[in-house]
Design a protein around this ligand. Sequence first.
Ligand SMILES: Nc1nc2c(ncn2[C@@H]2O[C@H](COP(=O)(O)OP(=O)(O)OP(=O)(O)O)[C@@H](O)[C@H]2O)c(=O)[nH]1
Ligand SMILES: [Mg+2]
Length: 302
Amino acid sequence: MKDVITKKYGMVVILGRPNTGKSTLLNAIMQQKVAITSPLPQTTRKNILAVFEDERGKILFTDTPGVLGKVSDLMGKKVNQEAPKTLNKAQLVICVVDISRPKSEEENKVIGLIRKVDVKKILIYNKIDKAIGSKDHLADYNYLEEEFDKTLSISALKEKNVKGVINAVFEMLPEKNNKEIEAEIGARQEENKPVIGMGSKEYVEEIIREKAYLFLREEVPYTIFVGVDKIDDKKKLIVISATIYTNADRYKKMIIGREGQKIKEIGYNARKELELMSGRKIFLELTVKTDKHWMERVNELG
Ligand SMILES: Nc1nc2c(ncn2[C@@H]2O[C@H](COP(=O)(O)OP(=O)(O)OP(=O)(O)O)[C@@H](O)[C@H]2O)c(=O)[nH]1
Ligand SMILES: [Mg+2]
């Protein structure tokens, strides 16, 4: 009889309130940018899947949008449905808290979701590099530990103890044979289209949105949606046309900026990053349009 090779495998959902560093942690685990990050909450809008693999096995990570306490608009409602969608598929849940900020009501909502699923659970105290002196709010979160199988302190940004997270996950996951692993990864990816692939239309849209989050203030980022209209691969360069939609003319003015300065800044930084990723020269043409109803049409747009 042939030996069946078994390895560790499981789906791991990364959960937490907005801005705790979930996407930064996934990027640190994967050692590449699979999810955009920003200093503003509500950066991730869709579940993002990434497969981590080493000699021990495969982990299918899902980065989810931060769980919101109060939801005021249609986009917020859609975003808040993303994390619960994947939870019942998980073998393990990682809950990321930001110990450099006081606990908030949103944490209770996250814990409520986690209590509903009977799986292994890891609590991550993130941003230990920042949680110093008056910014150390660890005591706010200690009470959570009894809900979890393991607790780890890390800095996702400085990549401190990220390996510890991967080790803990592998320790807790079950063994499966290769055929089962491939079938399950295929099924999960099928349910979560589109998976953000490097160089894909969605990836370009996300990079542009990330730069918009970096250079725009206050509520403006939440009013935008990015759509790539065309990617034209000419021999010498890739020509990309994309549109930034917003829901009011005053936001459109702010996105364009005085003498087009803002949109130039967003475009320049997006182009630089896309060039670095692709190793190709890129011409990026950005247009800003007002579309009052983009939030209602986000499924057909995205
Ligand atoms: N100092 C410090 N900053 C961090 C750390 N991890 C993440 N950040 C920063 O925290 C901000 C939010 O990070 P994200 O990874 O976008 O957070 P998120 O949890 O994915 O946020 P949402 O997608 O909005 O739910 C960014 O500015 C990160 O650079 C950390 O370990 N230390
Ligand atoms: Mg995120």
